[in-house]
Design a protein around this ligand. Structure first.
Ligand code: ATP
Ligand code: ZN
Ligand code: ZN
Length: 802
């Protein structure tokens, strides 16, 4: 058993296979599959994953493995298999499929770190930098005031060493602890012997005579007001010693979260939980779709199901959309399961994420709550996976590997025999259709737990507002309701679809719209900087004074960014206190939470925001929800736009009247007769489902047909058109007669970052060999891809049609 099959970290289709390496004697009893290694590859040394260990190879002379990076495998057997499946399903590289399952920290291959080589006291500046640690990430040096010369001197003197790292020692956080090496009476003796001038040394000894336990070096130095050199001097005298202790970063203060007990379930909840409990009990895979109106207590069902799983000694993964992974949500899970919960959230620092991940790896927790990538949590005894708000498109990764977390969940559930629960007030047509066919079990919750009706929805036709002479973006009814609400001391949530979607500038004389010179989409006007910016490539330019086409000076800003809405709102209702929540105001870490906290503490009357305010929020005092432009999403080039509009309206309406006060919703629209707006205002999911299914059938879209989207990009326009044409022709020769291939057509955004983009859409019902076909055709373009920078992007489950 001295041959390791390794998947190396070279992201290229030409290299997408395992390579054999010899396992040197010193690693024979160390190495297992799932570990990362460093191997020679051509002239370089690179990282790779060991996926298999065998004793034969069809090659004669194998190069030896250089180094082993993990002593505990970072990927379990199940995850290695899952990676294989994932690469195949999404047609992505094996290395990419394996990397996606690991926290960022374990992927960073080009990191540098500074290793301390000398036990001697270094310069004050360096000591400050190391703060008692032996290794520090290079970034800390870069962020410090220290210059390269200073560092180089230390390197030349052999005091420290810079390592170019594939290793990830930086990942663990160590702290130095100091403890007395001698008994108290010996310390007292030593104190006696110490010279009176060694004041700081004396202070430290006195401290340990009083408190003869270990203490963090940092706190000790702070208490005494000295530096490590004093400690060092006492270590040299044999009085003290230090050691490094690993500590976790804990972003959540678990102890401050109040514990909750399970609530007695309402009859509908009881009915919904039964099939879940049965599946847990019998170790049987089952997908259960919990279709429950907003506020019907789905989360309580999840909590009690997990309770059962924990009781059986098993583990649970709960996925929630990134944006609703708020402290409110975390609190509900930590409130029930305390320290038994890890949280995987993209707002955590890389180190914090790694710490959470290791709690899972070391089986220190049984529950993880996290966004999409938490689906790869390395649990080995899973008992349930729950996907909350299963309709959220953020569960689909829009980058290699282009996977959907729901598919991964069901794959794991099927292989390991446990239930997968999908929950939503507005399930996707795909999931609901499967439930209707009996592939999934359906559990329905029609009532809110507070036994109140869902808030009434009033639709306002904005065209008649315009005719009546109201040119603002607020209907008269909405203004009146907002004023009432504020007068009563109640709160309001105002939704504006999509940031900057229509904040373009347009010439009123000739209709010219300023577009990005690289991407063919309208530039967005940013008021703060008075610049026009492209949201795809970050191109920016100054706002022109006259129209570049016709020289008219009647240039106007169109549309309604959140910032403009905020301005006109405060003009119309000066007394309103507004919190604006959009990409701009939430960019800073923690800003999102802070704004929500302020709103919940009633420091504002109105929460104004984009999609990010529509989900999961639960504020007692919110009685009015206003939707400013219900139809802006209906005009996107996307066959799911009606479905998305229906979902968004339903979700945001659900924010009102969740507690004692009744709620009300005002929906402003230019197309009040559109079925998704009409049916959402009646909370009529059933009819929406039927209507939309009929459309999907007529236009051959999912769930009646499967889709695959192939996008080909290149800097040369002619070349990309030709390549896409050839691609379509070659593929057509392979697929069955029922399969439809549309295109080539320019992508909805025909150029991004100076690359032209063409696409073809494959619609199919039964095409078991499709993946192989696509791979074969792609192979025919190998040379153009490798030598001429042609790019072929395959998405086997497209959600973004861009
Ligand atoms: N059995 C119960 N008895 C009393 N109150 C309950 C019960 N179950 C849940 N609740 C309460 O009802 C409220 C709404 O529940 P929850 O937030 O779980 O609903 P939800 O279906 O997840 O809503 P949404 O889809 O809007 O997020 C919460 O405040 C919750 O504490
Ligand atoms: Zn013009
Ligand atoms: Zn651009």
């Amino acid at each position: 058993m001295n041959v390791a099959k390794v998947i190396v970290d070279v992201p290229s289709f030409a290299i997408d296979q395992t390579f054999d390496y010899e396992i040197p004697d010193r690693f024979t009893h160390v190495l297992t599959p799932g570990m990362r290694v460093i191997v020679p590859f051509g002239p370089r040394k690179i990282m790779g994953f060991v996926v298999e260990i065998t004793d034969t190879s069809s090659f004669n002379k194998l190069k030896p493995i250089e180094e082993v990076l993990d002593l505990v495998p970072v990927l379990t057997k199940e995850l290695l298999d899952l990676g294989k499946w994932l690469a195949h399903r999404t047609l992505s590289l094996s290395i990419v499929a394996l990397q996606v399952m690991l926290p960022q920290v374990l992927k960073s291959k080009y990191k540098k770190e500074i290793n301390r080589l000398s036990g001697e006291v270094l310069s004050d500046e360096l000591e400050d930098l190391f703060q008692g640690r032996d290794v520090i990430p290079f970034e800390e040096f870069e962020a410090s005031a220290l210059n390269y010369q200073h560092l180089k001197k230390a390197v030349d003197a052999g005091e420290v060493q810079i390592d170019y790292i594939v290793k990830s020692k930086i990942t663990k956080k160590f702290e130095t602890f100091v403890y007395p090496k001698k008994e108290i009476h010996l310390l007292e003796e030593a104190l006696h012997d110490l010279s009176q001038s060694a004041r700081k040394q004396r202070a430290i000894i006195e401290f340990f005579i009083e408190n003869p336990q270990e203490i963090k070096q940092k706190s000790l130095l702070q208490t005494i007001g000295t530096t490590t050199s004093t400690v060092k001097a006492l270590i040299d005298k044999g009085l003290l010693d230090t050691y490094q202790k690993e500590t976790y970063r804990n972003p959540y203060n678990d102890d401050a979260i109040e514990r909750t007990d399970p609530l007695p379930l309402k009859p509908e909840q009881q009915q919904a939980i039964e099939p879940i409990l049965a599946s847990i009990e019998n170790n049987e895979h089952e997908v259960i779709l919990v279709h429950g109106v907003t506020g019907s207590g789905k989360t309580e069902i999840y909590l009690q199901a997990i309770q059962e799983v924990i009781k059986k000694g098993k583990e649970a993964i709960v996925l929630v959309p990134e944006i609703s992974l708020t402290p409110q949500m975390v609190k509900r899970f930590k409130g029930r399961f305390g320290r038994n919960v890890a949280v995987m959230h993209s707002a955590l620092s890389a180190g914090e994420k790694f710490d959470e991940w290791r709690k899972i790896q070391r089986k220190e927790v049984q529950v993880v709550v996290g966004a999409r990538s938490a689906i790869f949590s390395p649990f080995e005894n899973l008992g349930i996976i729950i996907i909350d708000e299963e309709h959220e498109t953020s569960y689909k990764q829009e980058d290699q590997p282009r996977y959907h977390a729901r598919d991964v969940a069901i794959k794991r559930g099927m292989d390991q025999n446990f239930p997968v629960v999908l929950g939503s007030a507005t399930p996707t047509l795909e999931s609901y259709a499967r439930a209707a066919k009996g592939v999934y079990k359906l559990a329905t919750l029609t009532k809110r737990t507070n036994d109140k009706p869902l808030p009434e929805v009033i639709t306002v036709d904005m065209r008649s507002e315009l005719h009546a002479g109201n040119r603002t973006m607020f209907s008269r009814l909405l203004m009146e309701k907002i004023r009432d609400c504020i007068a009563k001391g109640e709160q309001i949530v105002l939704l504006l679809n999509r940031r900057g979607y229509s904040t373009f500038i347009m010439c009123r004389d000739c209709g010219h719209v300023k577009e990005c010179p690289h991407c063919d989409i309208a530039l967005t006007y940013h008021k703060n900087s008075h610049l026009l910016k492209c949201h795809y490539c970050s191109y920016e330019e100054a706002v022109p004074n006259v129209c570049p086409e016709c020289s008219s000076d009647l240039i106007r800003y169109f549309g309604t960014g959140t910032q403009r809405v905020e301005e006109s709102l405060t003009q119309l209702i000066p007394e309103a206190r507004v919190i604006r929540m959009d990409v701009d105001t939430t960019r800073r870490k923690g800003a999102h939470e802070k704004l929500l906290r302020e709103f919940s503490e009633h420091k504002a009357d109105i929460l104004l925001g984009t999609q990010m305010i529509a989900k999961g929020l639960d504020f007692e005092n919110v009685t009015l929800v206003g939707v400013l432009t219900a139809d802006s999403m209906l005009h996107l080039p996307d066959f799911r736009s009606s479905e998305k509009t229906f979902q968004l309206l339903t979700q945001v309406s659900g924010r009102a009247g969740r507690h004692d006060l009744p709620g009300e919703v005002i929906v402003q629209t230019y197309t009040p007769d559109h079925y998704s707006i009409e049916l959402a205002s009646e909370y009529n999911f059933e009819d929406f489902y039927k209507k939309e299914m009929a459309m999907r059938r007529a236009f051959r879209y999912p769930p009646y047909y499967y889709l695959a989207l192939i996008t080909i990009t290149h800097e040369n326009h002619v070349q990309v058109v030709q390549a896409t044409q050839q691609f379509v022709q070659q593929l057509l020769m392979k697929v069955g007669p029922e399969t439809i291939i549309l295109g080539p057509t320019p992508s909805p955004i025909p150029r991004i970052k100076d690359r032209y983009r063409y696409q073809c859409m494959i619609k199919y019902k039964h095409e078991p060999e499709l993946r192989t076909f696509i791979q074969e055709v792609t192979n025919n373009f190998k040379e153009q891809i490798q030598k001429h920078d042609l790019q072929v992007i395959v998405d086997m489950q497209p959600y973004q049609m861009m």
